[in-house]
Write a protein that binds this ligand. Sequence first.
Ligand SMILES: NC(=O)c1ccc[n+]([C@@H]2O[C@H](COP(=O)([O-])OP(=O)(O)OC[C@H]3O[C@@H](n4cnc5c(N)ncnc54)[C@H](O)[C@@H]3O)[C@@H](O)[C@H]2O)c1
Ligand SMILES: *[C@@H]1O[C@H](CO)[C@@H](O)[C@H](O)[C@H]1NC(C)=O
Length: 309
Amino acid sequence: MLELLWEIPLLLLRIVLAYVESLFRLFVPPGRKNVDGQVVLITGAGHGIGRCLAIKFAKLGAHLVLWDINETGNEETAAEVRGIGADVNTYTVDVTKKEDVRSVAERVKEEVGDVDILVNNAGILHGLELLRLSDSQIEKLMNVNIMAHFWTVRAFLPAMLERQHGHIVSVASAAGKRGTGKLVDYSASKFAVVGFTEALTMEIREMKISGVYTTTVVPLFVDTGMTRHPRGRFPKLNPMMKPSYVASLIIDGVLRNRVEVMIPGSLKFGMAINNLFVPRKVVLLLEDFFDFGIDAQDKDLTEGKDKDA
Ligand SMILES: NC(=O)c1ccc[n+]([C@@H]2O[C@H](COP(=O)([O-])OP(=O)(O)OC[C@H]3O[C@@H](n4cnc5c(N)ncnc54)[C@H](O)[C@@H]3O)[C@@H](O)[C@H]2O)c1
Ligand SMILES: *[C@@H]1O[C@H](CO)[C@@H](O)[C@H](O)[C@H]1NC(C)=O
């Protein structure tokens, strides 16, 4: 017990230093690591954010390994990556099939080598009220959006731990930090992604392994066709962002080994409100004021006309 006499002041001192350091880091961010020649595997690389990530990693000299269930989309991405002059291997994989994930991961090891950066990006969204979803829609969404992370990470993490070198990137969502109507299944899956990656980060830390990093990506609305009816009173606060812009910010965060990347960056302030002591009524008042959320994904069908188009 006596050791607390010096441990507590030391802790306080280190907390103060940590504050000073993080303040300093606001102005002088940590440097970017080099991914030239590194093997980057992206799931859901055939469209949207995944495709943009592939192109940007290619420009940095990475060797791309592209996974998608959609062979056509994946090959389109591969053609763009080749055009840049980067090495690329494509695999048609349904990430929900755990045996396939395992066997294709083995093939990647043989044909390409160890994966340095794994980006779990594949995801789906239904955008319907819970009671309008079918059981199989719900199960499929959970399988793609969260269960697949278990299968891919279990396939590639062992080599990363052994080499004490690697990076697991999880594309979650703002819906993984705050629940929203019409996204009950999606929010549940993305909260799970946030929890999965946070717990994995702590687990790797407990192993006293350095050199294996994690990044949780938390984007708001991205213009890929996935969320077609975002809502918000002040669109500047939750703009429909271009996937190439989002990919740039993801890569910047990954290269700086950031644990969490919120996109847009201003999302941090919105999220902070959730963590302060704010009465539930006040949260709801602000909620109504800002009117954040999305409308049903089939809004255009039920209303007969797509007003946002
Ligand atoms: N679009 C947004 O508004 C938004 C916002 C926050 C987070 N996200 C997340 O970003 C990620 C990428 O989204 P996007 O908007 O680029 O989507 P997208 O629909 O444009 O692309 C997703 C890709 O994943 C692939 N895919 C789907 N199921 C698969 C499976 N079972 N196995 C392998 N590949 C599969 C699709 O074929 C497609 O190529 C997702 O995890 C999504 O939840 C998107
Ligand atoms: C597969 O990708 C191609 C090219 O992007 C697209 O035209 C097609 O609609 C996609 N198929 C499915 C089932 O999503």
